[in-house]
Design a protein around this ligand. Structure first.
Ligand code: GUN
Length: 309
């Protein structure tokens, strides 16, 4: 096994497989379609959604970018979702999160037809996942499983520790790892003696959203680390905390005025047997799995056999 689990190569492999599925569907006059809804001007969300729409184009998936202003109301958004639910050319509906605080996010996610819920956030899909029934699984957690599988990291019988209990990543990642027969522990901000638990992890999934939170002494030597965090460092002081003396990162910081770090301190990777880097790890898998989910949604809505991933 390579020490660095290469998200770039694995995402490319998945996208090739999805493109082949799209080609086969075209033979049956089916073109999967994704509606991506981006509210307002959150810079990070704009980057993610642009990448999702671009990847659709690369793979032959129809996509539509809808950009309501950040003054949009919950009612306007519910009307938009109802119209997308009704359209036959749209197989997947993605509402990029987070939404402005005054929009009722849960009401919107509940309004998306479960069959078009390519993010896997609707309670019906959450329940199906829990019950082990075929479902549209959330993209980042599904990407974690793909990167581990395709890198030859055994999961059955391994102790997987997930740090973070969000509905988007932590909880579904734990459920998917359980379905792979890992022994799973979920930790969070109220967990006592976190390091004592993370040090037992054969597979450590960091999904906390805090830069460099997992430090070397929290890692069992030889463990596999999956770093889900994407945190931007904008100041010299923040940069020096993680990357002082790192020539490659210095060059990025000089050029862009910022760089990104995951939820794992770079020094903690030195203790790992294998790890997903940031950037170039799990983030790319999120987009690849969204493409796979869009194709699955198109197949399932038409009672075509679900193939591939
Ligand atoms: N914001 C951060 N990650 C995601 C994701 O996977 N889907 C959506 N819709 N919003 C996000």
């Amino acid at each position: 096994m390579h020490k660095i689990l290469d998200g770039v190569a694995i995402a490319a492999e998945i996208k090739l497989e999805v493109a082949e599925e799209v080609r086969l569907l075209a033979g049956q006059s089916v073109r999967p379609g994704l509606a991506a809804v981006l509210v307002g001007n959150v810079a990070a969300s704009e980057i993610y959604v642009r990448s999702k729409v671009q990847t659709c184009a690369e793979l032959g998936i129809y996509s539509e970018l809808i950009t309501p202003p950040d003054t949009v109301t919950t009612e306007d958004m519910l009307d938009l979702i109802a119209s997308l639910n009704d359209r036959d050319d749209i197989d997947g509906i993605l509402v990029q999160l987070p939404l402005p605080a005054y929009v009722d996010t849960k009401a919107l996610l509940d309004a998306i037809l479960p069959s078009k819920d390519v993010d896997g956030f609707h309670p019906v899909n959450v329940g199906r996942l829990q019950a082990g029934r075929p479902a549209l699984a959330p993209c980042t957690p599904a990407g974690i499983i793909e990167i581990l599988k395709r890198s030859g990291v055994p999961m059955a019988g391994q102790h997987a520790v997930v740090v973070g209990r969000s509905d988007l990543v932590g909880k579904p990642a734990a459920m998917l790892l359980l379905h792979q027969n890992a022994t799973v522990t979920i930790c969070h901000s109220k967990t006592r003696d976190l390091g004592a638990i993370t040090r037992q992890a054969d597979i450590l999934v960091a999904a906390i959203g805090r830069p460099g939170f997992i430090t070397p002494e929290m890692v069992k030597p030889g463990a596999t680390i999956v770093d889900v965090g994407i945190n931007r460092l904008n100041t010299r002081e923040e940069f020096d905390r993680f990357f002082r003396g790192n020539a490659k990162r210095e060059a990025t910081f000089a050029k862009r005025g910022s760089t990104i770090v995951g939820d794992v301190h770079p020094k903690a990777f030195e203790r790992a047997g294998a790890y997903t880097p940031v950037p170039g790890g799990v983030g790319l898998l999120t987009v690849a799995m969204l493409m796979a989910n869009t194709v699955h949604a198109a197949q399932m809505r038409r009672d075509l056999p679900r193939r591939g991933l």
